[in-house]
Design a protein around this ligand. Structure first.
Ligand code: GNR
Ligand code: NI
Length: 167
């Protein structure tokens, strides 16, 4: 069991664009295991490698109520997206901040699994939102950057104040 450190917004490293995984080997499988431990321990419903300062295209997700259905997507691509989901979005890298966003309601994703095999998965609702949120992390984007400038400034001010208060 190894929990990794999650980078906190506005850390510049969260803006790194991740590179594709060239080979799914034991090193990648170990990382996936640690990412699962980190996500469940947080607790969160998803985690992108970017958040633990590894800039490779890997995400893990578990939106099941029992937290017993870990899904791994390596080099994920959205091959179909439709509908609109209004959601209240949060991020482990921006703790305590929740804001309404709009995402696709339904996505079809193509990725490699932990054995290196290609698969496709269809997701709706929270799981679909989560996949889009994690894929944004791989592009170096944090969900607050989808909000208005005013909201972003309010969030930054809140985080700064919180940091001052805990120092
Ligand atoms: O735990 C998480 N919850 C969540 C809720 C609504 C929309 C997206 C998410 S993802 C987030 C975990 C996280 O930060 N992943 O990058
Ligand atoms: Ni996040």
């Amino acid at each position: 069991m190894s929990k990794l450190t999650i980078l906190l917004y506005p850390d510049k490293r969260l803006h790194t664009v991740a590179t594709p995984v060239l080979r799914v080997n034991d090193e990648i499988r170990n990382l996936i295991k640690d990412m699962g431990d980190t996500m469940y321990g947080a607790p969160g419903v998803g985690l992108a490698a970017t958040q633990v300062d590894v800039h490779q295209r890997i995400i893990v997700i578990d939106t099941s109520p029992a937290r017993d259905n870990l899904r791994v997507f390596i080099n994920p691509e959205i091959v179909e997206a439709n509908g609109v989901a209004d959601c209240e979005e949060g991020c482990l890298s921006v703790p305590g901040i929740y804001e309404k966003t709009q995402r696709a309601q339904h996505v079809r994703v193509r990725a490699l699994d932990a054995t290196g095999a290609t698969f496709e998965h269809e997701a709706d609702g929270l799981e679909a939102v989560c996949i889009q949120h994690e894929m944004d992390h791989l592009e170096g984007k944090v969900f607050v950057e989808r909000l208005s400038r005013m909201k972003q400034q309010r969030i930054l001010a809140k985080l700064k104040k919180r940091q001052r208060d805990t120092e």
